[in-house]
Write a protein that binds this ligand. Structure first.
Ligand code: ATP
Length: 312
């Protein structure tokens, strides 16, 4: 364990999960520039760790198993913004130093920044003995970004509105996924922009935006039954066509995964991370081996896992 992550008194350690969108339907762009969406989220066992300790100012250091060069360490960092927001809310006068260790690929469509923000909220709440409670933390989370409330909640959930109006979904057992991160990130606004453009051009591959996005009932049934095959049949992501139009090279990996035993391959959120659903742990392991042998990075994760929580 490195010096910065070793246990020290007065430090709070929080862990928050990355997410996959098992189903993502995107409505038309709204006058405020946002899209109405309907999402089935699942929190998976790829985590962000956040240590918080008292400081005079608000500072952050970010390291991790993934390339963190694209992560700002000033006030653009979502975790620092979360800490400042909480301090303002409770009238806390001091600052905080956050140490973040990332496992979730940056700008990969797995909500890593959102998980950092959720972790920072929970860590500062504990560090400053604010004891805000779930509803108030959720309200602050939704002011920080559409995916932050889910990183706080974890498990499996349906999100509507901008994705931040959450209700928990029942999910039986565990689902095994193989994740293929990609070195080049995709900007979420660029992917939405491409989707709007393809829809305006009435691209043949693309259905018109639904008026009222909703998660398909079959997806919810499959989750309740713990049935990966049925889930795979109905899983889909409206952003996939746009992400693939910006990154056509991802198709090769999607095809390889599906040829090599995945029940389905999906672009995760706005991409470029790909997520393959496997029938069980052994199938996931086999798929991971095949994808790794082709020179790609492949990680075996599972869901659902808990949302942001204090672990020390
Ligand atoms: P989402 O799926 O929630 O749209 P993402 O998973 O694709 O997001 P993130 O890793 O959350 O992408 O980061 C998107 C951008 O946000 C990064 O390129 C970076 O500039 C900025 N950012 C701000 N704070 C953070 C943070 N704590 N970790 C990572 N990126 C951050």
């Amino acid at each position: 364990m490195s010096g910065s992550t070793a246990w020290r008194p007065g430090r709070v350690h929080v862990r928050a999960p990355g997410k996959l969108n098992l189903f993502f339907e995107v409505g038309d762009v709204q006058p405020d520039g946002y899209h109405d969406v309907a999402s089935a989220y699942q929190a998976v066992s790829l985590h962000e760790d956040c240590w918080a300790e008292e400081a005079d100012d608000f500072t952050i250091s970010v390291t991790g198993a993934v390339d963190v060069s694209g992560v700002p360490s000033d006030d653009r960092n979502l975790a620092l913004r979360a800490a400042r927001l909480l301090a303002k809310e409770i009238g806390h006068r001091g600052g905080v130093h956050l140490d973040i260790v990332k496992q979730v690929p940056v700008a990969g469509g797995m909500g890593g920044g959102s998980a950092d923000a959720a972790a920072a909220l929970v860590a500062c709440d504990a560090l400053w003995n604010a004891d805000l409670g779930t509803a108030q933390l959720q309200r602050l989370a939704s002011r920080l970004g559409a995916d932050v409330p889910f990183a706080l909640m974890g498990g499996t959930a349906v999100g509507t509105g901008r994705g931040d109006q959450l209700s928990p979904a029942l999910a039986k057992g565990r689902f095994d996924w193989v994740i293929v991160p990609d070195a080049g990130g995709l900007s979420t606004p660029d992917v939405y922009g491409r989707l709007d453009e393809l829809r305006r051009r009435r691209n043949v591959d693309i259905a018109p935006p639904p008026r009222a996005p909703a998660v398909a009932p079959e997806v919810l049934q499959a989750l309740r039954a713990g049935d990966a095959s049925v889930l795979a049949e109905h899983a889909r992501n409206d952003l996939q066509v746009a992400a693939l139009s910006l990154r056509p090279d991802l198709r090769d990996t999607l095809e390889l995964g599906e040829r090599s035993g995945a029940l389905v391959g999906l672009v995760s959120g706005s991409g470029p991370t790909l997520a393959f659903l496997a029938a069980g742990p052994e199938d996931a392991l086999e798929l991971q081996v095949t994808l790794s042998a082709s020179g790609r990075t492949a990680l075996h994760v599972h869901g659902p896992v808990a949302g942001a929580r204090v672990i020390g």
